[in-house]
Design a protein around this ligand. Structure first.
Ligand code: NDP
Length: 284
């Protein structure tokens, strides 16, 4: 019996894409909700991004995730984008609307926050300052989300001060304080949340050197690096008794808004999905 053609098409656009976990996530949800759909990883060169975003919707694609190196460029190629994507300066999700226009979104920050709240429901944004290590694309999105969530102070610590200043200038929030990278240990004093949003600790990168002595024991420690799943930072934090948040959670939760659009249901980040991706340790 011939199978009916998939009605729900979506894709990841990036270069490279072969390590990506996104197809596993979205195809798991298509199968779980019995939706006739397929999610592809498409290697798209920089010069082809505009053509891909024009042609694929005409072929029936309902939306895309956008990854390196296209996240900033996609911002200028969509018809409109939400306020978060504008503030972050990057798009990670493109939704094809009913009228064929493209809406750009950035779901990294809400994905991080949803993952934090799922893993550590007792965490309260307004209870204590948050320390954010990093000022790259992911850190920008997380900074936005933490400020929107109501942290009383956000201590942004990055190796390159100029990049941290650019984040501070774009977000223009008096609660954001830049601290120099060599002072990252002192930045932990009195904090309620520590987030590593640098690439330090990732396979192939140097380890994050950070003495946790100044961090209050009840502070939550989150690492957005997920390859390896248990980074040295998370292992040290867990050994000190801190509540921890793994990076894979952000990866799973940032996918929810996209699937909600192209799958037509709000998908659950369930145990089956965790076990599907938890051992992978690679990819986007
Ligand atoms: P970027 O390249 O935009 O930023 C990298 C960040 O790491 C910068 O702040 C950079 O500092 C810092 N950094 C790199 N090397 C060093 C070093 N030797 N010493 C100190 N700081 C360093 O990357 P992204 O923001 O896109 O991603 C950062 C990490 O987050 C990656 O590991 C990525 O895999 C992970 N990630 C996880 C996601 C998830 O869903 N869990 C989603 C997105 C990313 P500087 O500005 O000084 O160069």
């Amino acid at each position: 019996m011939p199978q009916p053609a998939p009605q729900h098409l979506a894709a990841l656009l990036g270069d490279p894409v072969h390590h990506s976990l996104s197809p596993r996530i979205h195809n798991h949800w298509f199968a779980r909700y019995r939706i006739p759909g397929i999610y592809l990883a498409l290697k798209v060169a920089e010069e082809d991004l505009a053509a891909a975003l024009t042609l694929l919707p005409r072929l029936g694609f309902r939306g895309f995730n956008v990854t390196m190196p296209h996240k900033q460029r996609a911002l200028g190629l969509v018809d409109r984008c939400d306020a978060v994507a504008r503030r972050v300066g990057a798009v990670n999700t493109v939704l094809v609307m009913e009228d064929g226009t493209l809406l750009g979104r950035n779901t990294d920050g809400e994905g991080f926050l949803a993952s934090l709240r799922a893993a550590q429901p007792a965490w309260r944004a307004d209870a204590a300052p948050a320390v954010l290590l990093g000022a790259g694309g992911a850190a920008r999105a997380i900074a936005c989300a933490l400020l929107d969530a109501g942290v009383p102070e956000l201590r942004l610590v990055n190796r390159s001060r100029a990049r941290a200043e650019s984040v501070a200038a774009d977000l223009a929030d008096p609660r954001l304080r830049i601290l120099p990278w060599p002072e990252r240990c002192d930045a932990l004093l009195g904090a309620g949340l520590l987030v590593n949003a640098t690439s330090l600790g990732m396979h192939g990168c140097p380890e994050l050197e950070l003495d946790l002595d100044a961090l209050p024991r009840e502070a939550v420690v989150a690492d957005i690096v997920y390859a390896p799943r248990w980074t040295k930072l998370l292992r040290r934090a867990r050994a000190r008794g801190h509540p921890v948040v793994e990076g894979i959670g952000m990866l799973l939760y940032q996918a929810v808004p996209g699937f909600t659009h192209w799958g037509g249901v709000v998908p659950e980040v369930d145990a089956g999905l965790w076990s599907l991706v938890a051992g992978c340790g690679e990819g986007e």
